[in-house]
Design a protein around this ligand. Structure first.
Ligand SMILES: Nc1ncnc2c1ncn2[C@@H]1O[C@H](COP(=O)(O)OP(=O)(O)OP(=O)(O)O)[C@@H](O)[C@H]1O
Ligand SMILES: [Mg+2]
Length: 244
């Protein structure tokens, strides 16, 4: 079953084309990793999907809703799409527990007790229930990012978008965040993620999509794209990032 269907998606800043008639379909439970050089359009694509950017052309469907329709209810769409960025954007004035419980209470209309119980369960799943009463600034970057992932998951999103969720982290803290993403992927969450962690992408992705100049130049299983890249741009990128 298709969760996300993108057809002919285009976006330019002035005369700089950033997404160039891009087509992509993502099935339920699929984990798609976006790879590509800096500036290839990965973040722009993710931001367009979460309706944080306007698009110039093309259609995007999430299940049976055309989210590229200018008349779409943005709040309703965002309810179904979780997004986590490289910066830890937790609410600093709320405890960890309230960061996680806020969306379900305010947006999904969950009762206070239910929302808090669910938040505790999710925090326990990432080993952070002992931090429930703490404030974000007392947590490490890795812990904050695990809370950000839990906060997104608390909304039970149809689609989870991850943009370089480990790239602002101290290298020692990357593993604990990737473990959470791996766990989400294994649980059947549909994920589209931009990452520079190629070994991780190889491990977790069902499909690797390689972008260049806002176009998909190559896609396939990790074995295909990372093990036997066909396009010279993919080969150059991998040679640079995998260290020969
Ligand atoms: N708000 C903006 N105004 C003008 N140009 C922009 C804007 N945002 C992004 N761009 C340009 O769009 C292109 C694609 O940027 P994008 O951030 O999507 O790349 P990326 O693949 O995520 O790169 P990175 O790996 O560095 O995160 C870049 O050339 C960038 O300079
Ligand atoms: Mg980016």
């Amino acid at each position: 079953m298709t969760v996300l269907h993108i057809s002919g998606l285009s976006k330019a800043y002035g005369d700089h084309v950033v997404l160039d008639a891009l087509d992509l379909e993502v099935a339920a439970g699929e984990v798609v990793c976006l790879l590509g050089a800096s500036g290839s359009g990965k973040s722009t694509l993710l931001r367009c999907l979460d309706l944080l950017e306007t698009t110039d052309d093309g259609d995007v469907w999430l299940d049976d809703v055309e989210i590229s329709d200018p008349a779409v209810d943005v709040d309703l769409v965002r309810r179904d799409i979780g997004i986590v960025f490289q910066s830890f954007n937790l609410f600093p004035h709320l405890t960890v527990l309230d960061n996680v419980a806020l969306g379900p209470r305010r947006v999904l209309g969950a009762g206070r007790g239910d929302a808090r119980r669910a938040a505790h369960e999710l925090l326990a799943r990432v080993g952070l229930d002992d931090k429930a009463a703490a404030y974000p600034d007392s947590l490490s970057g890795g812990q904050q990012q695990r809370v950000a992932l839990v906060r997104a998951m608390a909304m039970r999103p149809r689609l989870l978008l991850l943009d370089e969720v480990t790239s602002a982290l101290d290298p020692m803290l990357v593993g604990e965040v990737l473990d959470v993403v791996r766990d989400l992927a294994a649980s059947g969450q549909t994920i589209v993620m931009a990452t520079h962690e190629i070994p991780f992408a190889r491990d977790v992705a069902d499909r690797i999509v390689f972008l260049d100049g806002g176009r998909i130049v190559e896609q396939g299983t990790p074995d295909q794209v990372l093990g036997d890249p066909q396009d010279p741009r993919t080969r150059t990128f991998l040679a640079r990032h995998v260290g020969g």
